[in-house]
Design a protein around this ligand. Structure first.
Ligand code: IVH
Length: 722
């Protein structure tokens, strides 16, 4: 029959057949043909396309692996932020969440939940747009990025076989989908693929990836689609959203249950375990069942996600800060394993703190190979009574570093077990370590210790701080004068580490190009070009990234300075409160300790943190560094976030009748907290507060995607900010 069809028709028929088999194999896990038969079809298609190159289209199954992204990954804004979830760790917390949800909704309303597995991968947003033939075609695939702006990794996403390159007109119709839509979901690396990848890495002399999630994250950002294709990533869809227009990024269908069904009909892989339930008791039963099958899934999960099913209810529940009120993640408890402690290495952090890290005989715990665990400090070592050579119980929580919980009793201190000797001198620069009064940690107080500088630079450049891409470990090592070979030998020594002394990096071969974070801003192209594996392009791109970081907001710069006890939240609170570094320095240096001062008046800042801030800004070296950074062009604008201590900067629109508050009372509450109340809804409206019989303002808010609160939501916002 083939001969009677035109080449074009033969090609189309083959593609259809191959797509059907890909769907059966990669999405449904129910192949109808052997791999060899599938390969034969693919080879025939490739041969035909080679004869008729004019027939090649981007949605052909042969075109999954295409060109490399030439300029790296382009940053692209999301239609709506990709948020994270609040966590619950036990039944009580889950019930409390259920109560909050039901309290926030009219009591007569039925609330249903969708229970889904919380896949331990990374989230992706896929955008589809209509084509001339009535199908929808994959346009773009974005990583989560910072939640607001993702990275365009389309060329890599295309290689994932469970991501349809096209959804044909018939499927769109069956799923009742428009040509434009967005799918969000999770990319995972199945355990088998993870193990295979690590085998290959070890065979190539590379360090194995720590867990499937990191491996998946690294893979999706690889600049070589060929490699990505070999890794066998998988994609599970869990959100179906409007594509274009004012409500882009909003739920497309009235319920999550329907969204999952439509995604399945359209040919996406949807996790088969997702279940709709009528009560939190049923959700708890789902959790118990999931814990039972967790080990036989073949991919990692770290909990269960519970979502309010009805889109309309989700809208009314709204969001708090970074997470929706209408969903929660139930996190599974940490998992443990037993292995032998082979040695201890002592790591010097950017504040000089020396952390003992146990080198373990590799052990597979909950899908991850663990070969390191923190021992925290000297006190912890004493408490555990652990010695080198002991068998230990190791625990790994969702996102925490593995830790040693205890020695295994019946194997305690086997023959040859040696006590751990805490070093007296910095393993890197040999300065005498200091333990301050009432402190548990030993510190290297040498401010120019190369180990500290290395950590400082890595921290400064990292994504959540100054976000200087291209300034990774290898580049930092080179900037400090090391060759790549030295750096790799150093990393390998740390990997196979037994004794602390050997972890010490050798003195660098070359003169360091930077001696402080400020020196990054004086780097020249000529200097960069003297480094290994740095060409014109990467030098230019690194310099552009560094230049760009001069505009980083104040809170990030504060975080970058590495003030002890000042993490993301505190840095943001300080930036919000003081608005500029000068104001903060004035506040830190004017007040005397113990007094009720300007620092401790900031939310979340206690005496200990305040003292550390004061210390930092009274140190002339730090002040000189700040002065230099400013001179070099760092602007440090203060970016106000929504979560200030008041409702300042937020505009509210009231509509309908609230259960207990009159319109006037609500207005007063908002205004006394610094918010504004306006009469009409626009894109600039921060929240619409809606009550019974809300009218067109509610519709407008929905169509503009303005978050909607009910009275409980408003009160929650007020108490949160107040
Ligand atoms: S819903 C605002 N559903 O968990 C809604 N997330 O902690 C957030 N995740 O960033 C996402 N499986 O990467 C959702 N079935 C699932 C999920 C899931 C895994 C991840 C996702 C998200 C993180 C939130």
């Amino acid at each position: 029959m083939a001969s009677r069809l035109s080449p074009q028709q033969q090609i189309e028929a083959l593609r259809e057949e191959i797509r059907r088999h890909e769907h059966l194999y990669y999405v449904l896990d129910t192949p109808e043909v052997t791999d060899a038969e599938y390969d034969a079809l693919m080879n025939r298609l490739k041969a035909l396309e080679a004869e008729h190159p004019e027939c090649i289209t981007p949605d052909s199954p042969t075109q999954r692996v295409g060109g490399k992204p030439r300029e790296g990954f382009v940053k692209t804004p999301h239609s709506r932020p990709m948020l994270s979830l609040d966590n619950a760790y036990n039944e009580a917390e889950l019930r409390a969440w259920d109560q909050r949800v039901r309290d926030a909704l009219p009591s007569a309303e039925r609330v249903r939940y969708v229970c889904e597995l919380k896949l331990d991968g990374l989230s992706l947003a896929l955008h589809y747009a209509p084509a001339a033939d009535g199908s929808a075609q994959l346009q773009r695939g974005l990583t989560r990025g910072d939640g607001t702006i993702g990275e365009d990794v389309t060329s890599n996403v295309r290689t994932i076989r469970s991501v349809p390159l096209r959804v044909d007109a018939a499927k769109l119709k069956a799923a009742k989908l428009p040509g434009n839509f967005e799918v969000r979901g999770e990319v995972v690396l199945p355990q088998a693929a993870f193990l295979k990848m690590n085998e290959q890495r070890v065979a190539q002399g590379l360090a194995p990836a720590v867990n499937p999630r990191n491996a998946a994250a690294g893979t999706i950002r690889t600049l070589e689609p060929n490699i990505v294709a070999q890794r066998r990533l998988d994609f599970y869809a869990y959100f179906l959203l409007h594509g274009e227009g004012d409500n882009a990024g909003e739920m497309l269908l009235p319920t999550q249950t329907e969204a999952l069904a439509a995604l399945r009909t359209a040919g996406f892989r949807v996790n088969t375990h997702a279940t709709t339930v009528d009560s939190i008791d049923q959700a708890l039963a789902f959790i118990a069942k999931a814990e039972g099958v967790r080990d036989s899934l073949g991919y990692e999960i770290d909990g269960i996600v519970i979502k309010v099913d009805a889109t309309a209810q989700q809208r009314r529940l709204g969001f708090t800060g970074k997470a929706p009120r209408w969903a929660i993640a139930y996190k599974f408890p940490a998992r443990a394993g037993i292995t032998r402690m082979e040695g201890v290495l002592f790591q010097v952090g950017r504040t000089g703190k020396v952390t003992p890290v146990a080198a373990l005989s590799p052990v597979f715990i909950g899908g991850t190979t663990v070969s390191r665990a923190t021992l925290h400090n000297a006190d912890e070592i004493a408490r555990l009574g652990v010695r080198i050579g002991d068998f230990v119980q190791v625990e790994r929580g969702g996102d925490v570093i593995p830790k040693i919980v205890s020695i295994v009793e019946d194997a305690q201190h086997p023959r040859g077990a040696e006590p751990i000797v805490f070093p007296t001198h910095c393993p890197r620069c040999k300065t005498l370590l200091v333990r301050e009064e009432e402190e548990v940690d030993y510190r290297c107080v040498n401010a120019s210790c190369p180990a500290r500088l290395e950590e400082e630079l890595r921290h400064f450049a990292s994504r959540s701080v100054m976000n200087i891409e291209g300034l990774g470990e290898v580049m930092v090592a080179q900037l400090l004068g090391h060759t790549i070979a030295e750096h790799e030998a150093d990393a390998a020594a740390a990997e196979s580490e037994v004794e602390s002394e050997e972890a010490t990096a050798d003195a660098p071969t070359r003169e360091a190009l930077v001696h402080s974070v400020a020196d990054l801003y004086t780097l020249t192209k000529e200097q960069l070009l003297t480094l290994e594996r740095v060409g014109e392009k990467s030098a230019d791109s690194l310099l552009a990234q560094i230049e760009n970081s001069k505009q980083a907001p104040l809170n990030r710069v504060l975080l970058g300075l590495g003030i002890r006890h000042v993490g993301e939240r505190t840095a943001q609170a300080l930036a919000d409160e003081f608005g500029s570094l000068d104001e903060l320095i004035a506040a830190s240096t004017s007040a005397t300790e113990g007094e009720e001062d300007k620092l401790t008046r900031v939310n979340d800042i206690g005496p200990k943190v305040a003292a550390s801030i004061r210390d930092f800004f009274s140190n002339p070296t730090n002040l000189a560094l700040i002065k230099r950074l400013k001179k070099l062009g760092l602007t440090m604008p203060a970016e106000k976030r929504v979560t200030t201590s008041t409702l300042e900067g937020l505009t509210f629109v009231l509509t309908g009748t609230l259960p207990t508050l009159t319109r006037e009372a609500a207005k007063e509450l908002i205004e006394s907290a610094g918010g504004k109340v306006s009469g009409s809804v626009s894109k600039k409206t921060s929240y619409v507060v809606a009550g019974e019989e809300a009218g067109s303002k509610l519709d407008k808010a929905q169509s503009l995607g303005v978050p909607i609160l009910d009275e409980a939501g408003l009160r929650a916002l007020l108490s949160e900010k107040g």
